[in-house]
Design a protein around this ligand. Structure first.
Ligand code: SF4
Length: 362
């Protein structure tokens, strides 16, 4: 299957309108063409600097603009971060993600973050950071220190974005993603559903991601965790099946990307999570906390993996090779289901491509 970045909004909207079973079947078929179907990538996320963020993301407990119960904390000591990374590795995480509630790293912070990247990398883990906006020079230095992934979410559609954040623009976010890509790091970028947006905004979010020159290697699809004291604290929850529908469409549009279950997962039943994996999700955060919001219990995750026969993926710490490969035609199919037949293919439109909700750095 050719990986495309010329999807139209109409094509994406048509995928959202498919009958649910047809959509999930197509997503699972695409998934099996690109990934080993019973393997899941597991990451651990640690907040290295919590709260008092100058940005005003309306879902986020860490924004200094909102009155939440969150206790702000200064930068964690390097030794403590490395200790947490070692523990994450011991429990089976292949990637260690470090998040700081900053608008952007200041130059005085750079030696600290570079030391963290070097330390975690030396353990043999994949490294990821989410620190807010980056300059080209900062991105380059992080890459040279060994950073594999940089997370910077688009959050929602370009149209809905002004309802969610006023302190930086959509194009600011795209600029940071471009710096990360130009430096040769892998991009982790997705969004949050359940922000009070319409389906057309979910279409718009996936349109932005799937038409980037190179798809993000990792695409978190978060479900809002409303946090009391934030402007979205009372938002009605999006139906889980609409979240899973969004995951399935992301899988079809970006077939070689890891689609990640992030915030919101702790509230899902085992059956909901199994359905999300069926829809093409193949990555998740492991550990009981996602920066500042609760996450699924680790023991519960292990039991679920055993029940579903899922194996954890080993670390694959390379930087440039996969980044360049993200839009290449499929090479490593592991087909356990047949490819779409002609009738099924017609149901796919013919011209067919920081911070977790409430807490993760954007
Ligand atoms: S999502 Fe990130 S940038 Fe936005 S307020 Fe929270 S910590 Fe700051």
């Amino acid at each position: 299957m050719t990986v495309r970045n010329d999807w139209s909004r109409d094509e994406i909207a048509a995928l959202f309108e498919l009958p649910f079973m047809d959509l999930v079947f197509q997503a699972q078929t695409v998934h099996r063409e690109h990934f080993e179907p019973n393997t899941i990538q597991v990451s651990t996320l640690l907040s290295i600097k919590t709260g008092n963020c100058p940005e005003d993301c309306s879902y986020c407990s860490q924004s200094g603009h909102h009155n939440t119960a969150l206790q702000a904390e200064k930068k964690l000591a390097v030794a403590k971060v490395l200790e947490a990374a070692a523990e994450a590795q011991r429990t089976g995480s292949s990637r260690f993600c470090m998040g700081a509630a900053w608008r952007n790293p200041h130059e005085r912070d750079m030696p600290y973050v570079l030391e963290l990247v070097q330390g975690v990398k030396a353990m043999g883990m994949e490294t990821c950071m989410t620190l807010g906006m980056l300059t080209a020079s900062q991105a380059q230095r992080l890459q040279e220190a060994g950073l594999d992934y940089y997370n910077h979410n688009l959050d929602t559609s370009r149209e809905h974005y002004p309802e969610i954040i006023s302190t930086r623009t959509y194009d600011d976010r795209l600029d940071t993603l471009a710096h990360v890509r130009a430096a040769g790091m892998k991009v982790c970028s997705g969004g949050i559903v359940g922000l009070g947006e319409q389906r057309e905004d979910r279409v718009g979010l996936l349109f932005e991601l799937a038409t980037l020159p190179v798809h993000p290697e990792s695409v978190p699809i978060n479900l809002l965790v409303p946090v009391a004291g934030t402007p979205l604290g009372e938002t009605a929850r999006l139906p889980v099946l609409e979240w899973i529908r969004t995951i399935a469409v992301a899988r079809i549009l970006m077939p070689k990307s890891y689609v990640r279950l992030s915030a919101g997962r702790e509230s899902l039943s085992e059956s909901d999570q199994a359905l999300a994996f069926m829809a093409g999700a193949n990555s998740l955060f492991y550990g009981e906390k996602l920066l500042t919001t609760p996450n699924a219990d680790t023991g519960r995750d292990e039991a679920l993996f055993a029940t579903l026969g899922l194996k954890k993926e080993a670390p694959r710490p390379s930087v440039r090779a996969t980044a360049v490969d993200a839009m290449a035609p499929t090479q490593s199919a592991q087909p356990s289901l047949p490819s779409l037949n002609a009738a099924e293919a017609t149901r796919v439109p013919a011209a067919c491509p920081r911070r977790l909700a409430g807490s993760t750095p954007a």
